[in-house]
Design a protein around this ligand. Sequence first.
Ligand SMILES: [Zn+2]
Ligand SMILES: [Zn+2]
Length: 405
Amino acid sequence: MNLKKSPIVILIFSLFLALSACASSSTAPDKPSTTPTITATPTITLAPTPLPTQPLAEPSTFTLTHLDVGQGDAALIACDGHYMLIDGGDTGCSNQMYSYLKRNGISYLDIVVASHAHVDHVGGLSGALNYAKAGLVLCPVTEYDTDAFCDFAKYAGKNGPGISVPKKGDIYALGSASITVLGLNAGEGNDSSIILSVTYQDRVFLFTGDAEREAEQAVLADCPELLAAYGLKVGHHGSADATTYPFLREIMPKIAVISCGAGNPYGHPTDNTLSRLRDAEVTVYRTDLHGDITIAFDGSEWSVTTQKSASEEDIFTPGEDFNFVPDTGDNSDDVTRGDGGDNGNEDSGNTAGMDYIANKNTKKFHYPGCNSVKKMKESNKKFFYDVTRDYMIEQGYDPCGNCDP
Ligand SMILES: [Zn+2]
Ligand SMILES: [Zn+2]
């Protein structure tokens, strides 16, 4: 039907008014008429032109905050009154995410991205989605067998439309910024991460989740021309297998943000990654040293602000590898590591690649981000890497009731 034929439109509208009048003798159209009684009428809700949410006079603004969530990732982007959250830190960060959004009056997130299913990325999204409603929730998978993921999926459905898996090349608007999905599901575990770019004016920010070599190679083969970026969220908390030279050479970022926990037992960020960033003359920020890191455009100029300051020397000092964690125990058995690398053994079940810290005394095991771990005596800690939950239970450990590993 051609709506330009205005007589038809007028006819339909008149018919509708007539029907409205028949349905209730006291209703009135939304324009003044001879009928004196004005009561609520459904015609109002049918007005076809919603007003723009942003007054046009407002200058366009952009804020990207890398939140300090300990060993995990979380970044909030605000653009022209629209919001996007990429990851939410570990389960222990749920309260932090909830209160952060509440404090800042952010009750609607246009887009929520879980870069991949690991707990240090989806854990805190439950808290975020418990406070804020979401217009779109993206993740490379819709199912993953951990309590943290099930919680995330539950809130994604309760306060949003449920999880959707984006496609390579998808583009979304966030105010005047645009989000482009460059790759996802290039491999298992970390390499399933969604790699996306956020473009605002002439600046591009690249987010890689925990993508490592395999995912980097896939996106390099697919769309190297789309990788150039001003800002890089460094992959996998600065692990050695991420941010490879060929990848970094295409991006050539001016600034890079490493999201990792102070004193994390994985040695993040590693010397290799820091050296590559230093060679590429990138200004590096670290959440473990700087706290929250905010990159913003206020309508006239750009700024980078951090919660805490850190010396150049500290920034380029790598994390201490968990293999060298001082150990007061009897032998090297206190560090247990599977041999399947960061993504775990093929046969080690759904939680392979998870890392746990157990208390030798209480025989409980926790996610590294759990509050109980912060209070635990160093001498009571036992580190496990690339083992499954079942393995921990077989070893006689009970899952912590708080972080629920
Ligand atoms: Zn991670
Ligand atoms: Zn991961």
